[in-house]
Every structure is written in structure tokens, then in C-alpha cells.
Design a binder for this molecule. Structure first.
Ligand code: SF4
Length: 502
């Protein structure tokens, strides 16, 4: 970036700090490392791409406007980007391979926490710079940051041609036309885009591993979280529609489907008045050709016995659960409005460990939440030592405007947050090393993702979700195929990653 980052609405944002994620899984994920694979049934002639810039349908027509995309944020935003690209791919525009080859760039932003917001602003500034140099005709900014700060963005970034909120992606073609006609506009009518199976999706992940968004929005009122303001009330798709999309993804080559939503365990509650996730999983398990069904973002008090049984008994549903717990101290959990306490949390962990002995448990905690005492933090350390999570992410509390917690007192000093963050991460590093050592000598089923250098491949086991968890570095002189499972003998560990041989 050549220009200094500008904070949007300095007054309003003054109190906002960042949740700075780290994960004992592997690298910190600041944005999607996109790679591209074709969805040949839906969009012709597409190629691989990487590093945030959008992949291409190489439509060779000089008359067509070339549209590129930069997709930031979480897997839910990634799915939105895929839907937007799918819609564009069906209209009369050419999808550009990278920013430098674009006339118009779409930037899908994240507005959840300070670091994510700053990253989005950096990208906006970079694109504005490109436009000023005459390399771009227009810049369209979309997604969560827009939904949260539309007025401030409009005011601070007059060079941006259009802003599109998190629920209005079906308006993009109209917005693009207006922009090309020289109009500047902002559309933020709806919160959160749910999507459905008959919408084309241009693939932004390897085709063998696809995200599937089963719900949108959230009805919880966690006091630190701005998501409900950005994505709206909870609503879920029907089982039939999710099944239809899952089958399409499998036809396109998916071996792994990763179910996502702000809270996947609430699936169905909006229209069936009871959780329907177990029923959905039962249906998805019957899809031939699908090997792994992975569940992210489970809310602890909605993890039912039926769901645990379903996971335990299944050979397709990964024995992996992402279960953000946020804290263990009763005081802090109550202040967070999590609707769960220490005792219930311990009981749930015990049950999960006993009913699914080979479960990989991923969780995340927030340190430095307002009012967190040294005792609360020591309780958290003790709990983590006890629970031995295989994967764990730590966030420093972010004081987000518009949330209840932003007004709570006392706020914890940044230095204290920093210390607690490092202490927890250090503890978890030791646990993660133990977990890795336990795998040495085992033969594990590894989904090969890419070739790194000759005779060296990178893959994942059932214990690893893409982007957030470690890898297995596989040495083999065989011609392995990406997107294929191989039995790999685990020979050692390096950092958080495992080493293996075929
Ligand atoms: S469950 Fe809580 S933390 Fe998660 S999106 Fe909903 S309000 Fe935010």
C-alpha cells in the first residue's frame, strides 16, 4: 500500500480494538488464501488462481468488461464471493484472472474485528490507488464492512464507485451496470445473503474441498459480537436445498464438504422450531462419492445427544468439532451472555470425549474480556490444561462499537490482554506438541492438497480443517493426485505440522 491507512469514522471507531486471532492449529489466517478450481458444469473455461485475487473464466472478448475480485474474511464471505462470481459468470462480463487484468474490481470485505477492518481498508486504499493511476475503471466494495459502516465508507472513500451490503449480492449486476454508466451508489437493504442451490458458484477453493453455507445470521446476543448487526436474524436453508447443493458439489469433484453458518447447530430452528442438524447430516451421509462432512461453528448449548450420536456413529462425518467456548469463568460467561456455564461446559467436554474417543476438538477463547480478573484467567488456563483441546484459537478481546461489552467496565488494558494471550498460546503449544507426538507411528488417511516441491506433498487428515489447522507434509516419490486420499505413515512432527511418508 502506498498510502497511509485511514480509519473510517475515527470518532465512532475510536473505541474499537481488534480480536487478534491466533491458532494452535497452524498459521494465523488473516484472509482467504484463495485457490481456484473449475466448476465446469456451471461455468466454462476457468483456471486456477491464488492470493486473494479472483480466478478466471477466460472469456476472450474485447468488448466485455473484465471484472476481478478480492475476497477477504471468513468462509461464509468466501461462499458469498463464489455466488457473486457465479452470477457474473452467467452475465456478459469476463471474469479477470487478477487485479491487474481487471477493469472493475469487487472487494468483499470483513467488518468483524479491528484487524479485519484494517485489512479491508488497506485493500480499499490499494484499489483506489490503482484507479487513480488509470489501471482500473471502477472499484466496488461489498460485504460486512459495508453493512456495518456504509455511511462512513461513503464519506471517507469518495473514489469508490459503489458499496454493496452483506445481503444484496443479487443486486450486483444492476449495480455494475450503473457504475459503468458513471453512477455512484450504495445498496444496503438486506442483512446477510443466505444463498440457494440453484445459484451458480464459481469455485474459490480446491474443487475437492468445498464450503456449504447452511444458515445465515444469528439470534444469540453474545455481548462482544457485532455479527447479528451485520448478518441479521438467524435463518436456515431447507434440508432438500442443502442436499441438492451438496450433490452438485460432489458431482463437481467435492470429496469434503464443510458445513458453515454463524451457528450451524441451530440449523432448522427457524422453520421447524427444533434443531434439524442431525437430520441434515443423516441425509448428507447418503450421498455417494462424498468422503468427509465437516462441521464448523457449533454453539455449545445446542450440541445435543442426538448430534453427538450422529457424529460418533458416522464414518463420513468427520470426528472433528469446532466448538467456540469463548471462556470458562462463570462470571465472564454470564457477562458474555453465552447461556452456558463452567459445569455444563465440563460435562459437554466429558461426554464428547467419552462418546467420540477419536474426536478432534477445536475451540476458541477470548482473553481480556471486560472485567476478566487474574483469577478468571487462571481458571481458563486450568480448564485448557484439563480439556487438552487438539486445536485452539485465542483472541484478544475487541471492543466493538454497538455491542454491550463495549460499554462494560473495567476494560482490560492492552498490555494485560497481550500477556494473557501469550500465556494461553504457550500452554496450548505444549498441548499441541503432545497431540502431534501421539500421531507418530500411525497410518493416517491424508487428503492430498498440493505438491510443494518434487517428492513433497501437502495434505490434511480428518483432524484438520482447511486454512485454520495444520498439514501433513508427505514425502513420496509416487505421482500422487491432488484431491485423493492416501494412507500415510506419520514419521514425525515439525511445528504444528506432521511429517509422513508413502
Ligand atoms: S453465537 Fe454469539 S459470537 Fe457467534 S455469531 Fe452469534 S452472537 Fe456472535
Amino acid at each position: 500500500m502506498t498510502r497511509k491507512r485511514r480509519e473510517i469514522a475515527p470518532k465512532k471507531m475510536a473505541g474499537a480494538t481488534g480480536l487478534e486471532p491466533a491458532t494452535s492449529g497452524s498459521t494465523v489466517r488473516s484472509s482467504n488464501q484463495l485457490s481456484y478450481a473449475p466448476t465446469s458444469e456451471r461455468l466454462p473455461k476457468v483456471e486456477r488462481y491464488s492470493n486473494h485475487t479472483m480466478g478466471s473464466s477466460q472469456v476472450k472478448s474485447k468488448k466485455k468488461v473484465r471484472v476481478g475480485m478480492v475476497s477477504l474474511g471468513c468462509p461464509k464471505a468466501l461462499v458469498d464471493s463464489e455466488i457473486v462470481l457465479g452470477a457474473l459468470g452467467e452475465s456478459r462480463v469476463a471474469i479477470a484472472r487478477r487485479v491487474e487484468e481487471s477493469d472493475v474490481v469487487l472487494l468483499n470485505t470483513c467488518g468483524f474485528i479491528r484487524d479485519a477492518k484494517n485489512e479491508s481498508i488497506d485493500y480499499i486504499l490499494g484499489l483506489i490507488e490503482q484507479k487513480k493511476r488509470g489501471r482500473l475503471r471502477a472499484v466496488i466494495v461489498m460485504g460486512c464492512l459495508v453493512q456495518r459502516y456504509a455511511a462512513e465508507l461513503q464519506k471517507n472513500f469518495p473514489e469508490v464507485d459503489a458499496f454493496l451490503g452483506s445481503g444484496d449480492y443479487d443486486q450486483l449486476t444492476r449495480v455494475l451496470k450503473s457504475v459503468l454508466a458513471g453512477k455512484r451508489l450504495t445498496v444496503t437493504e438486506h442483512l446477510g445473503y443466505l444463498g440457494k442451490s440453484d445459484e451458480a458458484r464459481l469455485t474459490l477453493t480446491p474443487k475437492f474441498s468445498r464450503y456449504l453455507k447452511i444458515s445465515e445470521g444469528c439470534n444469540h446476543t453474545c455481548s462482544f459480537c457485532a455479527i447479528p448487526q451485520i448478518r441479521g436474524r438467524f435463518r436456515s436453508r431447507t434440508i432438500a436445498d442443502v442436499e441438492k447443493e451438496a450433490k452438485l458439489l460432489v458431482q463437481e469433484g467435492a470429496k469434503e464438504i464443510i458445513l458453515i453458518g454463524q451457528d450451524t447447530t441451530q440449523f432448522g430452528c427457524d422453520y421447524a422450531q427444533k434443531p434439524m442438524l442431525s437430520e441434515l447430516l443423516e441425509v448428507l451421509e447418503r450421498i455417494d462419492g462424498l468422503d468427509w462432512i465437516r462441521l464448523l461453528y457449533a454453539y455449545p448449548n445446542s450440541v445435543s445427544d442426538a448430534l453427538i450420536r450422529r457424529i460418533a456413529e458416522s464414518r463420513k462425518i468427520c470426528h472433528y468439532l469446532d466448538l467456540p467456548l469463548q471462556h470458562i469463568s462463570d462470571n465472564i460467561l454470564a457477562a458474555m451472555r453465552r447461556g452456558f456455564n463452567r459445569q455444563k461446559t465440563r460435562e459437554l467436554i466429558r461426554k464428547l470425549r467419552s462418546d467420540i474417543p477419536d474426536l478432534t476438538l477445536r475451540t476458541s477463547f477470548i482473553v481480556g474480556f471486560p472485567g476478566e480478573t487474574e483469577k478468571d484467567f487462571q481458571d481458563l488456563l486450568e480448564f485448557v490444561s484439563w480439556a487438552r483441546f487438539e486445536r485452539l484459537g485465542v483472541f484478544k478481546y475487541s471492543r466493538e462499537e454497538g455491542t454491550r461489552a463495549a460499554k462494560m467496565r473495567p476494560q482490560v488494558p492492552e498490555k494485560v490482554k497481550e500477556r494473557r494471550y501469550h500465556e494461553l498460546m504457550t500452554l496450548q503449544r505444549g498441548i499441541a506438541e503432545e497431540v502431534s507426538k501421539r500421531q507418530v507411528g500411525r497410518e493416517m488417511n491424508v487428503l492430498i492438497e498440493e505438491k510443494m516441491v518434487p517428492d513433497t506433498w501437502k495434505g490434511r487428515t480428518v483432524m484438520d480443517a482447511p486454512e485454520i489447522d495444520p498439514h501433513v507434509i508427505v514425502m513420496s516419490s509416487l505421482a500422487l493426485r491432488k484431491g485423493t486420499f492416501y494412507p500415510v505413515r506419520i514419521t514425525g512432527a515439525k511445528g504444528y505440522d506432521l511429517l509422513g511418508k508413502i
